[in-house]
Every structure is written in structure tokens, then in C-alpha cells.
Design a protein around this ligand. Structure first.
Ligand code: ADP
Length: 656
């Protein structure tokens, strides 16, 4: 046993020496501060608590800072008071420093040994207890730290994971790791049936993957019902789930946004181990992480499923869809659009600029127009002859969307229909001519009474109407088919004069004024004289026909740049705004004209076809009760770009 070191703080020198000798005789090592220093401030630096096992101090020594400093470092250091009389101050000091024994003079050797032995024994007990406590706390802290680290690790893994199965697997594994249980299960509530079903498990020995539990009468169900954790231990083994006994178990609820969505459980079947409240707290903490991660993963899975559904629909619809971002790069392209772009199936299109992946100028033009904010519609013909209607529209915050619709079938139908109409019309014309001929001959065959004459007149009128209709149909067919492609440079003034002259008699019959305002030096145009005359005849004819007696019809021709602008203006009935968009359609007849007015509804359709054949443009401005103006713009011979001027006309020239 090592020799104990005693610090002696006694002021009276003879007593000190006496004590020193007695201590040495009792086999103690005596430590004394250098003479005079022990009373001074700050002596604690000279003496260190480690080397000393016990302090003997008289009331003066007890009051020194040395004792206070040493006890601060080593609170369990036993202090023995050496005093003859103990005054109130000394007593208070003694209590403050937890003095354990008191020695009174005269010092007897036996007494000294006994007092010091008791003081040291007591110190040893305290020291051991402190050490033990410290070890216990350290161990507990370490456990706590491990637990926190595991939770942190699991939490990180969970919140960064979006795959539902991985999330569930991590949760059940962590549950076992945190609680030291044998197995873990995660049950989710099936909203449809209201039952709990096994969604994930770790080391679950039954291997029952289809485990389903009722909420009403099961232990796991009670967690759902009460929202509280359930703990069972080996004193209350209970048959749970379907067919097995557990020694101990914890179930905690899984909450998302205040609703219970399932139960997380751990259990021991073999080992007789208790679960503690601490295990419940750990599992509850894990359940909180798990619920957030589950929510995220479920949301992600739902969004993903929705996206995949949309993608499948989009990929497989008959319409082509191509979406470009604001830089013209592909962000979405479906199978049909890929085919319209005539891109190989294995070619990566996403992220590529349209100009790199598309050779079709119309598609590029459409995309460009839409990128500039304008809608664009056109028809495009693929190399295999298929025709698609293309629509390009700007999409705010995305870019542009181009849609393609296969109209090959309709085009073909239209062609067949036109051919049919053309053929039938042609075949009808000869018998009609014959009928007219015979009607004319009737009067020569002998005298006819007035009623017979009247009937013959009706026959002639009706046959003429049918003939006109057939002629219009045939013309339209021919114009649409582009049979009049041959054009020559011509002066429209001449055609205008002839047309006005032609209609003058009819206008005079209706006492209408038909006037021509012709500007000088109209540019020559490249055109088909017969068709241009037909266009003017239809427009002027309509004005004369629909304007009441005594009306005014003006035909104005002028030039703007290289273009010729022709206006046919009347002060007739006008066209209701709701009908204006349809008047150029085939067979459309307005509600503004009396039904007995003869007409086929084809006149303006023919006019429009002729104008378009000449790369021109036509529109109507009309006000009911005031009159109607048709404006035709035709590009002059020198005209390079009709489009640019068409645009200018649109914005500047249109009358209110
Ligand atoms: P139709 O004259 O044979 O009816 P059009 O195609 O020439 O056929 O004209 C279509 C419709 O446009 C007419 O039925 C009429 O309602 C309207 N319309 C055409 N020109 C005029 C006009 N100058 N004034 C008023 N309405 C007109």
C-alpha cells in the first residue's frame, strides 16, 4: 500500500513540528508549503491536488485559498480540522469544506492514526462511487450518441431517397438496428379495405407477404385506433398477427400530416428481452423520419406514375406533338412527330435544336413564327406523299408546341369528290344544252298560248340556273386543280374597263350608278385574263345584284408599291358580321339576301380561288345597312415578296 501524503497547514510552528513527527512516525509522508507561502494568495499553483491524499489544517490553514483551490480540483479530498476550540467562523468554514474529522490537541499517536484511517477510507469510498458514476454516465452517453448517429444516418438516407421500396427496406432494417429486436414489420393502411397490410419487413420469419390485419380487433389495429404506441414484454406474451407468439413487441404509429397511415413494429420471438421506454422513443423517432420519407416517396411515385401515363398517352396518340423550349431545343417529341420530322427511330432528339433534326422548311418556319409569338398553320407533305396539317402555337413559359394531324385521307376524299363533281357536271352540261335548244325550238313549232309561253320561260330560267351552277362547279374544280397555271403579263385596267362595260346595261336597268376610278400607271400583273375577268364579274355582279335600285357601285383600282389594289364598293344591304367569315365558303348564301335572288353560293369561293391562284389576297369590310367593300390585292409583275406587303395591307389598309 503506497504511503499517503498529508498536507499540513498549521500556523503554530511548535505544534506543526509535533504533528509532523507524529505523522512521520505513523508512516505518512508530510507535505508542507514553503514557509510563509502557505498563507499567501495563489499558493495553489505551488501545490497540486494529485500529489495529496489528505489535508490537516488548523482554523487559519482552513481559511487559506490553498484549501479552497485544492478542493475545487479534487472535491473528494478529505480535510481534517486541527483545533482546540471551534468558533462559529471555523465551524462554517469546516462545513463549507466538508471537513470529515476533527483532531484536538494534545495529539496522541493512536488517535491520529485512527482519525486519518477513517478519513482516508471515506475518501476511497467516495472516489470509487464517483468513478463508477462517471463510467455509467459515459456509457450511457456513448449509447445515446450511437443511437443519435444511427438515427441521423437513417434520417439522411431516408430523406434523400425517393424510391419507395428502398425507403421501406431502410426503415425496417433501422428499426431492428435501433432496438436490437429480432424482426421488424411495416404495416400500411389500405384505404379501400380499411385493413393493415404488410408492406415491408426485416427478418420476418413467417415470410407471410400477404399478411392482412383488421383494424378493429388486432393489436396493430389498436395503435391505429388510439394513435398510441403499444409495448408488450415476456410477462404478457400474446398471440399476435396471424399465427405466432412473441416474447416482446413494440408497435408505433406512422403519422403523415396528422393522419395515421400505418404501424411500424419490432418484436422478439426467441430472445427473452425486454423493450424499454427508450426503445419506444427510438422507434417513435424513426417512425417520424419514416413517415416523411414515405410521404415523399409516395408523392414522387404518384407524380411519376402520372407522368408516365401522360407520356404513354402522348407517345401513342395519332396526332404528332413536338414541344420546343424558348431556344428552339426539343423538350418533347412523340412517335408521330418523330415520323413527321422523318428522323430515324434511334436518333436522340431531346435537347437537340430543331434546325439540326428537321429538314422540312415549313416545320422550321412554323416553329420560328411561334417562337416569335405568332400562331402558324399550314399543310406539309412528307416524302412518302402523306399530308399533315400543322399547327404551331406559342406556349407561355415553355416555348412552342407543334401539333401534326394526318389529313392524307381527307385530302384524298376531297380530290375524289372534286373529280366526281367535275365528271358529273360535265356529263350534265350536254343534256342541259339540248333541253335549252328544244325549249327555244318550241315557239317555232307553232303558236303557243300565253300560259304555255309562261311555262316555257320558267323551264328556261331553271335550266339556266342549273347550267350556271354546273359552270361554276366546273370552273371551281379547274381553278382548284391549278389548270389555269399559265399566266401572262397583263394590264388589269383593260380587263376592268371591259368588266364595267359588261355590267353597265344591267346596272342601268336597276338605275344604279356603276363607276370606275382608275389610277394611272397601274403596274402590270402576271395573270390569267379569263379568270381575272371572272373574278371581277363575280364581285361587280354581286354588287349589282344585291344593291337595291338607284344604288351606287364604285370600282376603284390603284397601286401601292408594286401591288395593285382593287376595291368593289357598294351601298347595298351589307353583310352581318357573324356571316362575314363564311361568305367565301362554297355554297354559302347569306341571310341578308332574299331567297328568291338567284345564285349558287359559289361566286365568292371562285373569286377567292382565283385571287389565291394569283398569290393575292382578298377580304371584305361591310356594315349592315351601309354597304360592302371587297378589297383584292394582287402582286405586280415586279413584286418580289407579296407576303410583306400583304402584312402591311393587313395592318394599315384595312378600313374600320
Ligand atoms: P351568291 O351570290 O350566289 O349567293 P356568292 O358566293 O357570290 O354567292 O356570295 C355569297 C354570299 O355573300 C351571298 O349569298 C350574299 O349573302 C353575300 N354577298 C356577296 N356579295 C355581296 C354584296 N355585294 N352585298 C351584300 N352581300 C353580299
Amino acid at each position: 500500500m503506497p504511503i499517503a501524503k498529508v498536507l499540513l497547514l498549521v500556523a503554530h510552528a511548535p505544534t506543526r513540528h509535533e504533528l509532523e513527527h507524529a505523522l512521520q512516525a505513523a508512516k505518512f509522508e508530510v507535505v508542507q508549503p514553503p514557509e510563509g507561502i502557505w498563507q499567501a494568495q495563489g499558493t495553489s499553483s505551488v501545490l497540486s491536488a494529485e500529489g495529496i491524499d489528505l489535508i490537516i489544517a488548523d482554523p487559519t490553514g482552513l481559511a487559506t485559498p490553498t484549501v479552497a483551490a485544492l478542493l475545487e480540483k479534487a472535491p473528494y479530498l478529505p480535510v481534517v480540522l486541527f483545533a482546540t476550540r471551534v468558533g462559529t467562523e471555523t465551524l462554517m468554514q469546516a462545513v463549507r469544506h466538508s471537513v470529515v474529522e476533527v483532531l484536538t490537541p494534545p495529539v496522541r499517536y493512536e488517535n491520529l492514526r485512527e482519525v486519518l484511517r477513517r478519513a482516508l477510507a471515506r475518501q476511497e469510498v467516495i472516489r470509487r462511487w464517483v468513478l463508477l458514476e462517471a463510467r455509467r454516465h459515459t456509457q450511457e452517453l456513448r449509447l445515446h450518441l450511437d443511437e443519435l448517429q444511427t438515427l441521423l444516418r437513417v434520417g439522411r438516407a431516408l430523406t434523400s431517397e425517393l424510391d419507395l421500396d428502398t425507403v421501406l427496406g431502410t426503415v425496417v432494417h433501422a428499426a431492428v438496428e435501433l432496438t436490437g429486436a429480432e424482426e421488424s414489420t411495416l404495416l400500411l393502411l389500405d384505404e379501400a379495405s380499411g385493413e393493415l397490410f404488410l408492406r415491408a419487413s426485416y427478418d420476418f420469419k413467417n415470410g407471410i407477404n400477404t399478411l392482412r390485419l383488421k383494424v378493429e380487433d388486432t393489436l396493430a389495429g389498436s395503435v391505429v385506433r388510439s394513435g398510441q404506441a403499444v409495448v408488450l414484454d415476456q410477462d404478457t406474451p400474446e398471440k399476435i398477427k396471424t399465427s405466432y407468439l412473441v416474447q416482446s413487441l413494440i408497435y408505433v404509429p406512422l403519422y403523415i400530416h396528422g393522419h395515421i397511415i400505418g404501424v411500424l413494429g419490432v418484436d422478439n420471438r426467441e430472445q427473452r428481452a425486454h423493450f424499454t421506454q427508450r426503445d419506444v422513443a427510438r422507434l417513435t423517432a424513426l417512425a417520424e423520419y419514416a413517415a416523411v420519407a414515405l410521404d415523399n416517396a409516395q408523392l414522387f411515385a404518384a407524380v411519376n406514375a402520372e407522368r408516365r401515363k401522360l407520356e404513354t398517352v402522348l407517345q401513342n396518340i395519332k396526332e404528332g406533338v413536338l414541344v420546343l423550349n424558348a431556344h428552339g431545343e426539343t423538350v418533347l417529341v412523340n412517335n408521330t412527330a418523330r415520323m413527321v420530322l422523318e428522323a430515324p427511330a434511334d436518333r436522340q432528339l431531346i435537347g437537340r435544336n430543331l434546325v439540326e433534326i428537321c429538314r422540312n422548311a415549313e416545320v422550321e418556319e412554323g416553329a420560328q413564327q411561334a417562337l416569335n409569338g405568332a400562331e402558324y398553320h399550314t399543310e406539309i407533305t412528307l416524302s412518302d406523299g402523306r399530308v399533315f396539317s400543322m399547327e404551331a402555337v406559342p406556349i407561355p413559359n415553355v416555348g412552342v408546341a407543334l401539333t401534326f394531324y394526318d389529313i392524307t385521307h381527307f385530302k384524298e376524299l376531297d380530290r375524289i369528290k372534286s373529280e366526281f363533281v367535275s365528271a358529273v357536271s360535265h356529263d350534265l352540261r350536254s343534256p342541259l344544252t339540248a333541253i335549252l335548244g328544244y325549249v327555244d325550238l318550241l315557239s317555232r313549232a307553232g303558236p303557243l298560248n300565253p300560259m304555255q309561253n309562261h311555262f316555257i320561260e320558267r323551264v328556261r330560267l331553271n335550266v339556266e340556273n342549273i347550267t350556271n351552277l354546273i359552270n361554276d362547279l366546273l370552273d371551281l374544280g379547274r381553278i382548284e386543280a391549278g389548270f389555269d397555271a399559265e399566266k401572262t403579263p397583263l394590264d388589269i385596267s383593260t380587263i376592268l374597263r371591259y368588266a364595267i362595260d359588261g355590267w353597265q346595261p344591267r346596272a342601268q336597268e336597276k338605275r344604279q350608278q356603276l363607276v370606275l376610278h382608275l389610277a394611272d400607271n397601274l403596274p402590270l400583273i402576271l395573270g390569267h385574263a379569263v379568270r381575272l375577268r371572272q373574278m371581277l364579274d363575280n364581285l361587280i355582279g354581286n354588287a349589282v345584284k344585291y344593291t337595291p335600285e338607284g344604288g351606287l357601285i364604285e370600282v376603284i383600282a390603284e397601286s401601292r408599291g408594286d401591288q395593285v389594289i382593287i376595291r368593289v364598293r357598294d351601298n347595298g344591304p351589307g353583310i352581318p358580321p357573324s356571316e362575314q367569315p363564311y361568305i367565301f365558303n362554297k355554297f354559302f348564301r347569306g341571310s341578308n339576301v332574299a331567297s328568291e335572288q338567284s345564285g349558287t353560293g359559289l361566286g365568292l369561293a371562285i373569286v377567292k380561288s382565283i385571287v389565291e391562284n394569283h398569290h393575292g389576297r382578298i377580304w371584305v369590310d361591310s356594315e349592315v345597312g351601309k354597304g360592302t367593300t371587297f378589297t383584292v390585292v394582287l402582286p405586280g409583275l415586279e413584286e418580289g415578296s407579296a407576303g410583306a406587303i400583304r402584312h402591311e395591307e393587313d395592318t394599315k389598309e384595312r378600313e374600320p
